[in-house]
Design a protein around this ligand. Structure first.
Ligand SMILES: Cc1cc2nc3c(=O)[nH]c(=O)nc-3n(C[C@H](O)[C@H](O)[C@H](O)COP(=O)(O)OP(=O)(O)OC[C@H]3O[C@@H](n4cnc5c(N)ncnc54)[C@H](O)[C@@H]3O)c2cc1C
Length: 495
């Protein structure tokens, strides 16, 4: 009898897992059921702001070929939420009845955090019913709601100075709307910017068309005729707008796991091998999973790395026999953590890359080396804080290649050049200062695809960015590397 595997959730990470399992589904070794609460098959959330401003169409976001999966034998149940898990009987409950499993994967992702403001009733374990005009941006339906506000030329207040709030505001500004960003710190992205970098960031946001209110203490939402009317604040009075886009972080969806007695921390607690308990039958991946005590990164790259690893593991290790002892996988290496430490802002004309913290002053600690370059008139700023020559934090604004090089070095724990100012030459206006990429250098941060893999895809006959994406996943996440893939399609001999 074939093994029954149930996956709860059908977001980008589950979709990648299902792709990896497809050969076993086709050969009938695996009886795969996927429960997706949304009516739509997996899609790319990274492009939701583009949908809201009308720059991308919902049908362009698809990440799963639904007819192909069904034809291969996947039992794909869209619009079907899992409502409970019975570990003793090994069934998942749904409104349509129980679904039995031999092994089960939680890929339930995350939901937006709703702050506890008067007029909003936040429930951490369920989707909060929001008043009309109060929006979030996590699903395609959310993006379409925001689109309808913008189409009526509505003024949108974005609440939250994190990366998603900034990107949404920048997207709206790029389309000619006049969003207002409201946040409580001295500058947006407060954890990764220092005072000067923050001031420059605010200037650049304003120049891009985003009005910024810093240091705001929001207390509640006010409604008129049942619809959002104003954000009440302690510091800035009433801030009126047609809609409030709440962007105050995300929280993993853990309630199902908690409900069946699994350990939950900042996500569903799993070990390095993604196992949620000692039975060897329960796993969690993606935005819902706290792997070996690490807070979920909330990014595609680590989720895709986990999905690829888990697909290989499930195909090569059969479900444990009910009377068998728990598998001892102590020495088996789990998926390599990818990304999560580097912050990259994608926005019209605004290039920010950061990691760690850069608050240190020049003379705070003799063991720390602090390097700063600032040219505010041209929007360029670099700050690196290092210990024993190895960066513990950095921030670049307006220096995309320097930022990319620092990000790579930060992930590898590499030392800085003896003279860190050499890094600035990467953004010099003459091309020969830029180091050529090597085959092992990462081209796509989301999928982890390297220049060498893209070159191979091109050599294998891929002639469009989409074809390269289908071959090695490069360019299918945030899309920040599409220009580089296009360059390689034009000049395939480069690598
Ligand atoms: C606007 C925006 C911009 C982003 N930009 C970037 C970026 O630039 N780079 C980057 O790497 N990442 C970005 N992300 C994050 C990225 O989209 C997530 O990391 C990714 O979606 C995680 O995938 P996932 O499959 O783990 O979870 P999700 O995408 O959250 O999918 C989980 C799915 O499970 C379903 N589900 C939950 N509970 C149940 C249940 N009980 N039964 C059935 N189904 C259930 C949910 O409805 C959902 O469809 C962005 C996200 C947003 C919203």
């Amino acid at each position: 009898m074939s093994e029954r595997l149930v996956v709860i959730g059908f977001g980008p990470v589950a979709s990648s897992l299902v792709e990896g399992l497809l050969p076993a589904v086709r050969s009938k070794e695996l009886d795969l059921t996927v429960l997706g609460a949304e009516e739509r098959a997996a899609y790319n959330r990274v492009l939701l702001a583009e949908v809201a401003i009308g720059a991308a169409k919902p049908e362009h976001l698809g990440m799963a070929d639904e007819p192909r999966l069904r034809a291969a034998g996947v039992d794909l149940r869209l619009g079907t939420a899992a409502t409970g898990v019975d570990r003793a009987r090994r069934v998942v409950h749904t409104a349509d009845g129980p679904v039995p499993y031999d092994r089960l994967v939680f890929a339930t992702g995350a939901r937006p955090v709703i702050p506890s403001l008067a007029g909003l009733n936040f429930d951490p374990h369920a989707d909060t019913e929001l008043p009309s005009g109060v929006l979030v941006l996590r699903t395609l339906d959310d993006a379409l709601q925001l689109q309808s506000v913008l189409r009526e030329d509505g003024r949108v207040l974005v609440l939250g100075g994190g990366i998603l709030g900034l990107e949404a505001a920048l997207a709206m500004a790029s389309a000619g709307y006049r969003p207002v960003l409201v946040h409580h710190g001295p500058a947006p992205l407060g954890r990764v910017v220092d005072a000067d970098g923050g001031t420059l960031l605010i200037r650049q946001l304003e120049a891009a068309g985003v009005q910024v209110f810093s240091g705001v203490r929001a207390t509640g939402v006010q409604k008129q005729n049942g619809r959002f009317h104003a954000l009440a604040t302690e510091t800035h009075g009433l801030l009126h707008a047609d809609a409030l886009l709440v962007s105050t972080g995300v929280r993993p969806r853990t309630e199902l796991a908690e409900g069946c007695g699994l350990a939950v921390g900042s996500g569903i607690a799993v070990n390095e091998q993604l196992m949620a308990d000692s039975s060897g039958r329960l796993f969690a991946v993606g935005d819902c999973a706290e792997v070996a005590g690490r807070r979920p990164a909330g990014l595609l790259a680590p989720g895709w790395a986990q999905a690829g690893w888990l697909a290989d593991y499930l195909l090569s290790h059969p479900a444990p026999h009910p009377s068998a002892p728990a598998p001892d996988l102590g020495c088996m290496q789990g998926p390599q953590a990818q990304g999560g430490e580097i912050l990259m802002l994608k926005g019209q004309g605004l290039e920010l890359t950061a990691a760690g913290t850069v608050q240190a002053g020049f003379f705070d600690d003799p063991a720390q080396q602090v390097t700063v370059y600032a040219d505010p008139a041209s929007g360029r700023y670099l700050k690196i804080v290092a210990r024993h020559g190895v960066p513990t934090g950095f921030l670049t604004l307006g220096l995309p290649r320097t930022g990319a090089e620092l990000a790579l070095g930060f992930e590898r724990g590499s030392a800085l050049p003896v003279d860190p100012s050499l890094l600035l030459r990467l953004d010099a206006p003459f091309e020969d200062a830029q180091a050529p990429a090597g085959a092992d250098d990462q081209l796509c941060r989301c999928s982890g695809a390297t220049y060498g893999q893209v070159a191979q895809a091109v050599q294998a006959g891929c002639s469009t960015v989409q074809e390269v994406g289908a071959n090695c996943r490069a360019g299918t996440g945030c899309g920040g590397c599409k220009e580089r893939i296009e360059e390689m399609l034009r000049l395939p001999a480069q690598i």
